[in-house]
Each structure stands twice: as C-alpha cells, then as structure tokens.
Design a binder for this molecule. Structure first.
Ligand SMILES: [Zn+2]
Length: 160
C-alpha cells in the first residue's frame, strides 16, 4: 500500500501504432495488477471516511479492485465459490450495469454512482462502496445486487 498526502498526478506512457504518447492523469487512488500495490491519496481517504453514509469511500473502491484482480482478470468478477454463484453473479451484475448505463444516459438520479457505468470493474467497485455505505437503500432498491454482494462479502450492512 502506497499512501500519498493528497491527490497526485500519474504520467501514463504508451506506444500505440508506433506513436509514443504521454499524458497526465489526476488520481486520488489507483491500483492495477502489475503494480501489486494499492495507491491512495490520504486527503481523499479522509474525505470519504468523514461521512460514512454518503455512498463514497475510496478505500472500499480500491479494495474492491484488488479483490477483482485476485482471480487474474479485471472484469468486475472476483473469485467466487461455485459455478452457480458465478452464473447468478454474471446475470445480476450484467442486468444492473445495463440499468445504470441507461439511467446515466437519461440523466436520471441513481443510488449507484454513474461512474460505475463505464465498465464491469468500475461497476463492482462502485457497488461495493454503496453496499457498505448505503446498504439499507441498496437492499431496498437493488435487492438482487445486494444479495450477491452479501453472499460474497459475508456481511449484511443493511442490518447494521
Ligand atoms: Zn475504479
């Protein structure tokens, strides 16, 4: 785990089609498989922790990414216990991601941060934040999604 005192800038370098490019990205937290570390900006961590019920929590978000990487693929599906659980996870998460995309496109207010609509990995991270921080609302408005996360994390935040 690497902790920076505040938001930081990462320089991405890549070669695409023979063209070398570099761009700066403002980050408050970040992790990736080959980094083997969790990078967090401490001021954003404190901001997330300051309001435990706002549905946003950087530590939970990055932690979910870390769990997602554990099975070797970054696809929004962590290591699950059985094929049956993997099937129902895929079905529920697929449906919920599509619903969030539609709502985000339509500009409708959502319980889940629309940031999660960009791909399955971000969706899992955002759903994890909402699960732990706004469990009761998630269980009421997205009962199937709540149930999958409850089974995976073996926690029942709606009952806290
Ligand atoms: Zn993320």
């Amino acid at each position: 785990m690497i902790v920076y005192p505040s938001g930081y800038v990462a320089t991405n370098q890549r070669a695409e089609g023979g063209i070398w490019s570099e761009d700066d990205e403002h980050l408050s937290g970040h992790t990736q498989r080959n980094l083997r570390a969790l990078v967090l900006a401490w001021d954003d961590v404190k901001a997330g922790a300051a309001d435990p019920d706002d549905g946003r929590n950087l530590v939970l978000h990055e932690f979910a990414h870390q769990l997602d990487f554990e099975d070797g693929s970054t696809d929004g599906t962590p290591a699950l216990e059985s094929a049956a659980q993997a099937r129902s996870w895929a079905e529920v998460f697929g449906t919920e991601l599509e619903a969030l995309r539609c709502a985000a496109d339509a500009g409708e207010p959502t319980l889940l941060d629309p940031y999660g609509a960009q791909d399955p990995a971000e969706f899992f991270a955002v759903a994890t934040e909402t699960f732990f921080e706004r469990g009761r609302e998630l269980s009421r408005r997205h009962p199937k999604l709540y149930e999958e996360l409850r089974r995976f994390y073996r926690q029942d935040p709606a009952a806290w």
